[in-house]
Design a protein around this ligand. Structure first.
Ligand code: G16
Length: 564
């Protein structure tokens, strides 16, 4: 067999390859048209591993099926071969959901994985593409690793490639290549990426109990919307084949390069089709996933909406319905800072430790690796546990179905019982997408200097007949209890004396301009008020947030793009 040549190609470094909240995300055109842009980032990522680590290691590769993924996978194969990686495991046709990558990294004891996704951002030639690196624990690379990738990317002069290798992504099995000056062959293994993940779920949940709920004599009808992202094959295998739900339960199940022209973002705005079909009352349970399958939105009968901050709290209060937690025990709960305090109430009542982390799943991973955390969630439609190191959309769906099966209640009944017991954290998030970066940054600066002014503390704001007095305002800072690392500037918080919070933060996952997020959280325990519309309950705090930030005046935006 002829050995494949390793070629060193000269390149010029870029200064904009700093990974965001979860990897490098840019417009497809940036990856396509800037010379060697993709190759540079892959080289910087592989460069994080020492030559001895690369040799003989197993690295996973796959993504959410979006446009440009196939090209990027072939580049990764050629460059992994040239950089001395021993073994690649790639999902068939490139398909690998983010949670499944995390699962298989852990199962195979791989050194890490490269995930080709821009998550919930739109795809297609005019959409976004992304490259994300996960480490050996199965989680998103921590800041010391993404920092190293960024540093390498800024000084890169060459990259290594075996230009004439190309792999058949459609056939399951091993392909072997001889590389010049290497003793051992370079192995590419194409796998059914749904398999390990399905086996894992079987060991976490009581499949028989869920089966009875979905296909027994009193079966409920479910509708799971994969939004033409990666989740179609996973939903079909797990929900339909294993758990007996009819095939019609899975909609938009064929991964498409442009997600059918939609945002693969499971929220009330972008998953409006699901909301509309659930409203008819035909289904007892519905869910949508994002492009790469880590986010989820849960809906009950007649499109009853479960806020993600409530979702994790409900799961925490019902861990007895999930066999996994019976065997592992519950070590701790966690939420990201902007997520509502609903989880805190369960933690306090059950006497379980609660951690408040910055936005980004990587912060949970550290706590999980140290055995301090079992269940966590974020307001950004992410829920998960220490079974892997990523949030997990289908896991959240099975968690809810398990709770419904054991409590024999609907989604709405479960939620209302929860509020009756713990009180309700009313929560809303306003997103202003693709705002010009300059006014967005100026707005954040102005709010921050306001918070630093001592006269701001103790100030009372009034709107729509309600008054709130500032108790504390800061830019959230986190000290990791495991390694002591400090992460600064994670969101501007205004906390009022009644515990209500208004938070301003710029998204770390956008690809153009800035996305401003305003998060509002306010607790109510009066049983006569807990069923009100959050938009009505929170309207005074929304007005106060807009007044403090001068958002409309500064950005020219009169309304948010998305309200959750
Ligand atoms: C990523 C992270 C999440 C985080 C989210 C925040 O999600 O994995 O942990 O909550 O970003 O997004 P933003 O910075 O836009 O608020 P994903 O699903 O995009 O990978």
């Amino acid at each position: 067999m002829v050995a494949h040549k390793v070629v060193q190609v000269a390149t010029k470094p870029y200064d904009d390859q700093k990974p965001g909240t979860s990897g490098l995300r840019k417009r497809v055109s940036v990856f396509q048209s800037k010379p060697h842009y993709t190759e540079n980032f892959i080289q910087a990522t592989l460069g994080c591993l020492s030559p001895s680590e690369r040799e003989g290691c197993t690295l996973l590769v796959g993504g959410d099926g979006r446009f440009y993924m196939g090209i990027a996978i072939q580049l990764i194969v050629r460059m992994a071969a040239a950089n001395g990686v021993g073994h690649l495991v790639i999902g068939q046709n490139g398909i690998f959901s983010t949670p499944a990558v995390s699962c298989t990294i852990r199962k195979r004891k791989a050194i890490g994985g490269i995930i080709l996704t821009a998550s919930h951002n739109p795809g297609g030639p005019n959409g976004d593409f992304g490259i994300k690196y996960n480490t050996a624990n199965g989680g998103p690379a921590p800041e010391n690793v993404t920092g190293k990738i960024f540093e390498l990317s800024k000084s890169l002069q060459t990259y290594n490639i075996c230009p004439d290798i190309s792999v058949d992504l459609s056939t399951i099995g091993q392909q072997s290549f001889t590389i010049e000056n290497k003793d051992k062959p370079f192995i590419v293994e194409i796998v059914d990426s749904v398999l390990d993940y399905t086996d894992m779920l079987k060991n976490i949940f009581d499949f028989n109990a869920i089966k009875l709920l979905l296909s027994g004599p009193h079966a409920i009808k479910v509708r799971l919307d994969a939004m033409h992202g990666v989740m179609g094959p996973y939903v079909k295998r797990v929900l339909c084949h294993e758990l007996g739900a009819p095939e019609t339960s899975a909609v938009n199940g064929i991964p498409k390069e442009d997600f059918g022209g939609h945002h693969p973002d499971p929220n009330l705005t972008y998953a409006a089709d699901l909301v509309a079909s659930m409203s008819s009352g035909e289904y007892g349970f519905g869910a949508a996933f994002d492009g790469d399958g880590d986010r989820n939105m849960i809906l009950g009968h007649k499109a009853f909406f479960v806020n993600p901050s409530d979702s994790v709290a409900v799961i925490a209060a019902n861990l007895g319905s999930i066999p996994y937690f019976q065997s592992t025990g519950v070590h701790g709960l966690a939420r990201s800072m902007p997520t509502s305090g609903a989880l805190d109430r369960v933690a306090a009542s059950e006497n379980i430790a609660l951690y408040e982390t910055p936005t980004g799943w990587k912060f949970f991973g550290n706590l999980m690796d140290a055995g301090k955390l079992s269940l966590c969630g974020e307001e950004s439609f992410g829920t998960g546990s220490d079974h892997i190191r990523e949030k997990d959309g289908l896991w959240a769906v099975l968690a809810w179905l398990s709770i419904m099966a054991s409590r024999k209640q609907s989604v709405e009944e479960i939620m209302k019982d929860h509020w009756a017991k713990y009180g309700r954290n009313f929560f809303t998030r306003y997103d202003y997408e693709e705002v010009d970066a300059a006014p967005a940054n100026e707005m954040m600066k102005a709010i921050e200097s306001m918070l630093q002014d001592s006269s701001f503390h103790g100030k009372t704001f009034e709107a729509e007949g309600k008054a709130y007095t500032v108790q504390k305002g800061d830019n959230f800072e986190y000290t990791d209890p495991v390694d002591g690392s400090v992460t600064k500037k994670q969101g501007l918080r205004i906390i009022f004396t009644d515990g209500s919070r208004v938070i301003f933060r710029l998204s770390g996952t956008g690809s153009a301009g800035a996305t401003i997020r305003i998060y509002i959280d306010s607790y109510e325990k009066d049983p006569s008020k807990i069923h009100q519309d959050p938009q009505v309950m929170l309207a005074p705090l929304v007005s106060i947030a807009l007044k403090i930030s001068q958002l409309r005046e500064r950005t020219g935006r009169n309304a948010p793009t998305v309200i959750t």
